[in-house]
Design a protein around this ligand. Sequence first.
Ligand SMILES: Nc1ncnc2c1ncn2[C@@H]1O[C@H](COP(=O)(O)OP(=O)(O)OP(=O)(O)O)[C@@H](O)[C@H]1O
Ligand SMILES: [Mg+2]
Length: 256
Amino acid sequence: MNAPSPAPVVSAETLSLWYGSFRALNGVSFDVTHGEIVSLIGPSGCGKSTLIRCMNRMNDAPTNRIEGKLHVSGYDVQAKGTDVLALRRDVGMVFQRPNPLPLSIRENVLFGVRLHAKHLSKAESEALLQESLEDVGLWDQVKDRLERDAETLSLEARQKLCIARLLPLKPRVLLMDEPCSALDPDGIGAVEELMDRLRGRYTQIIVTHNMQQARRVSDRCMFMLMGELVEMSPTASLFTTPRDERTARYIEGRYG
Ligand SMILES: Nc1ncnc2c1ncn2[C@@H]1O[C@H](COP(=O)(O)OP(=O)(O)OP(=O)(O)O)[C@@H](O)[C@H]1O
Ligand SMILES: [Mg+2]
């Protein structure tokens, strides 16, 4: 007998979003399994950021309207009673520009967990600090200067710190919106290595304009066009034998 397949950690069913009268997402449906790395690709303005921002309720605004179903980490994201703070503990987000808080390296890593867990002993917070910085490959570099301002780190190290500060909350999903676009090739390589190291433990959904990056890091790829999810396939097949003509044209570089 086959083992039952695990419940998806992200599940969208005919999800649509309007900014005022403009429809930015058009009936998007997909599932993501725990531990997968999924890349979200498509031309500028196709709705990639809009889609990942839905997953931790960053599109809440009185002029936005959302229809359809979205479940993330067991939460019915759009339901009225959903605890948004708890949802965001499970679903962390990293942006294009590293945005550490104007605090020390130590305080950056522990800030979120202190907000959520009221009682944390000194030993517990030190263990979380070290574990999180080790996970992103920063510990050796910063262990002797944890009290320094995070702003003193390189761009690459700041982006790693922005990932590290999500980890003490034990998130299930990491959303990354073009996390490497401000980095040089060495920084890109380092962050891709980090994604690979976290593979399987966290679900990672990564928006990227860099198709080679999508090919290198992701298990599956989603291609969007004008608010629609055109195709979601295993990465190798999306790039070699796309199912949709529009995907084929995009990966040949025929859209802007
Ligand atoms: N807050 C907003 N209000 C109105 N329209 C918006 C808003 N945010 C985005 N849009 C529009 O929705 C569409 C999708 O935008 P989105 O930012 O999701 O695209 P994207 O695929 O992330 O693009 P890029 O690759 O340039 O980051 C675009 O036409 C954009 O202009
Ligand atoms: Mg975007």
